[in-house]
Design a protein around this ligand. Sequence first.
Ligand code: GDP
Length: 300
Amino acid sequence: ADSFGTLSERLNSAWSALKDEDDLSVENISLPLKDIRRALLEADVSLPVVRRFIKSVEEKSIGVKVTKGVSASQQLTKVVADELCELMGGFGGDKLIFRKEGEGPTVILMAGLQGVGKTTACGKLALFLKAQGKQSLLVATDVYRPAAIDQLKKLGEQIDVPVFELGTDFSPPDIARSGVEKAKLENFDVVIVDTAGRLQVDEMLMAELLATKAATRADETLLVVDAMTGQEAASLTAAFNDAVGITGAVLTKMDGDTRGGAALSVREVSGKPIKFIGSGEKLDALEPFFPERMTTRILG
Ligand code: GDP
């Protein structure tokens, strides 16, 4: 209900056309929709996604009767908020999918470009799962950057979660496979694989990721996306999803000054849910993603 209030207030002037209408029509929603379009762009939703969203809200609004006791602008805001929430996965959001008891450890691959917060997210996730009583094994496979292996080991020490590594002489799929074997033998609940990050999407990275996914029979392939990259987040997600098939995303750096529109873009271009958001450098700064909360944030 909060998002109705704030958005209605913020956009008050443009909504005057909607004051005493009995139902929503092409004419009376056109100005307010322009404002919603602007609000979404300001929130970093990518342009093609904004276009599709506005079109869909338009289709859903036209002919809608304004309920007694609410204003036409509140009615339109409700259509917008509902649609936004729905597109981001619906109330409550999507959770991680775990293997059943006796089926071995759940394998989660963490993928993404360098600098987005991938390695940090591996540590955060291990800590999050630990709080739920699940013991993780972290696996370092970034053989191109020994510093990344050290970074993961340091994170593991901080949260008292073991880190498996084989240095830089083996291929990432081989290291990941060995990590999963070890986790099976030692009855870990979850294996979190920190995959190699690159500065840009390239074919080798994708081929390697695909091989790692196959070698580990990964249950989840989560793309770690920097929420601050706004428009770019959409094309990046589409590229990763087309090439390797992600099962979801982790949106990091939500503590920055973005309103989080990347959440909508990521979901819209891939059809895959955001499962977590990261909102700080500390390892406890990870929480499950709730579409309804993000709706309020995006609408401002
Ligand atoms: P990677 O190259 O993708 O593995 O990125 P790192 O995990 O090394 O993180 C890159 C930088 O971003 C580090 O300085 C992290 O502390 C920082 N970082 C990671 N997640 C967040 C976050 O949610 N918020 C903020 N503000 N910084 C983050």
